[in-house]
Design a protein around this ligand. Sequence first.
Ligand code: ZN
Ligand code: ZN
Length: 143
Amino acid sequence: MSGWRPPKGGKNGGCLCGAVRFECRSIYDVIYCHCSKCCHWSGAPAVLSANVPGGDFSLIKGTPEAYRSSEQGLRHFCSACGTHLYFINDGPFVSINVLALNDSEDVRPRLHQCVASKLEWFTITDDLPQYPDSRIPAPGREP
Ligand SMILES: [Zn+2]
Ligand SMILES: [Zn+2]
């Protein structure tokens, strides 16, 4: 079992231009995703997301645009500055772009998922657990 712990308490965040602001009252999990959709959407070779229980997430200011990237998946972004903000699907969590939080320093990743889709030249140099797809153990349930 890993020594990973979620950050204590909540975090606020928002987009680069400030038109959209949101509040996360808790963070349940923090995950690197290497799937092609996340990477294409973000323009980065890996995306770091914080899973926030739906009831602990609120918009404070503005209304982001949403793009339906799959049957259940909606990717929200600021229509003014283009910042990638959060992803929702039919699950219980809102998946927040960690780098859109005001302070990401203590929002540390727990694991890598979708490593089977990873760019070959992108080398993971940390020793976090790696999973080939999005079937990952819940926090505290690591083997
Ligand atoms: Zn913006
Ligand atoms: Zn992904």
